[in-house]
Design a binder for this molecule. Structure first.
Ligand SMILES: *[C@@H]1O[C@H](CO)[C@@H](O)[C@H](O)[C@H]1NC(C)=O
Ligand SMILES: *[C@@H]1O[C@H](CO)[C@@H](O)[C@H](O)[C@H]1NC(C)=O
Length: 193
């Protein structure tokens, strides 16, 4: 019963997307479709698991329940993540973004998740840079494998500023490297959330 009510609530809210001030881009139709075809399950602990894998999504659905604890967006067509993509999901514990086409993570894209997120899967994307402005503050265990990491001295300067679980960084394998350029880059860290 609770699940049915929740589903109705989500569908009802999804129908309002076009008129919503929270509308974030040109593909609202996709979001409406995706919110409807997502599988939403309430777990015994009250948390909600949302599965939106393999829906050819080009952006993160809006109006996801703020009770979402696990969000699966794997095997879609996401290319970048705008700031505040998940900032309403203050209970989010696990986020799967694997097998997308992410080549960039905008500053602040994970804002709001620092205290809740424990598992972040960014594997099998097109990421080449670890950017603290995007990942800053997260203490999650991140799966960063299967990305074309470009290791240069900038990357070396950046990694100490990440709070990610250390084993996450141990898994980063450099695909390209130009470390002879040591010392050419500077980086100013700032909090963006
Ligand atoms: C969660 O969303 C509901 C509406 O769906 C809203 O009433 C409630 O205030 C939200 N909770 C928080 C803490 O934002
Ligand atoms: C990380 O992701 C890769 C590729 O998606 C997968 O094969 C591997 O099992 C994952 N590792 C962990 C620890 O989840």
């Amino acid at each position: 019963m609770a699940l049915l009510l929740l589903l109705l609530l989500i569908l009802h809210r999804a129908n309002l997307v076009d008129d919503s001030h929270r509308y974030r881009g040109p593909t609202a139709a996709w979001n409406r479709v995706s919110a409807k075809s997502a599988s939403v399950r309430q777990m015994p602990d009250g948390g909600v698991t949302v599965r939106c894998g393999r829906l050819r999504l080009t952006q993160v659905p809006v109006d996801l329940s703020n009770l979402t604890i696990r969000l699966f967006l794997d095997k879609n067509l996401l290319r970048s993540l705008p700031a505040d993509s998940f900032s309403d999901l203050f209970l989010l514990d696990e986020l799967d973004l694997s097998h997308n086409q992410l080549s960039s993570l905008e500053a602040g894209c994970f804002c709001g998740l620092a205290s809740s997120l424990r598992f972040l899967d960014l594997s099998s994307n097109r990421l080449s840079m670890l950017d603290p402005a995007a990942l800053g503050g997260l203490r999650a265990h991140a799966n960063l494998t299967h990305n074309p990491w470009h290791c240069d001295c900038r990357m070396q300067l950046l990694t100490p500023q990440l709070d990610l679980d250390p084993s996450s960084l141990a898994e980063v394998v450099c695909q390209t490297s130009d470390l002879p350029n040591l010392g050419m880059f500077t980086f100013v860290s700032q909090s963006v959330c």
